[in-house]
Design a binder for this molecule. Sequence first.
Ligand SMILES: [Zn+2]
Length: 236
Amino acid sequence: MKKESGICITFDDNYIYQWHGARQLFSTYGVRATFFVSWFHQLTDHQRLTFHDLRRHGHEVGYHTVNHPKASEFLTHFSPADYITQEVLPGITLMKEHGFEPTAFCYPYSDRNEQLDQELLRYFKILRWGSPDPSLWFHPRSGNQVVCAGNLDLAVNPERSLDQVKIELQQAKDQNSIVVYYAHRIGEGGIPYSALEEICKAAYDLDLEFYTLSEIAEPPSSSSAQVTILPGMAVF
Ligand SMILES: [Zn+2]
């Protein structure tokens, strides 16, 4: 049975080889991450194979639009339906042709609105965005549809520190919740490899469960609410 307290680490864009380069670190601590890919149509065969390899290691590959537009700017010229036909369907069709079935979506620039949420939830189980407000980063174990994440690009985000992240991990533990994060590069210009390792180790030491994003979209476990139907029992 999976634990109620956990951490969900996500990465955006297409820093495929940097992400793949951390696979040993991930497997050391049992990390299962979620990688949101944009510009899928520009990937080489080798890059696509590398994504498959990440998936084989238990990670999730999610979707992050075709051209990475800012939704609010896109919607000054086009409709939410256009967003789906231009930025969602071509990419997920191509991903499916290459053996990926993305069920999680992430908004470029964390620029979202509720109308787009509703459109996107017809195609994905769960949507992710980000905010600097830490009160929005903690989520229940299941049943999530739109989740907010905190930033882990510690090398370039002066608002964030490793000590803060450790406090947040403890908070997830104490509150029995899942803390969701996002980063981009691993290394310079993103989350330093050493910081990523320290965060993964701290989560491991706290016995937090590592979740992919789609896993926290699953409906609550029915085990406690299960009703046994006996023969002859009326079912309403
Ligand atoms: Zn992005």
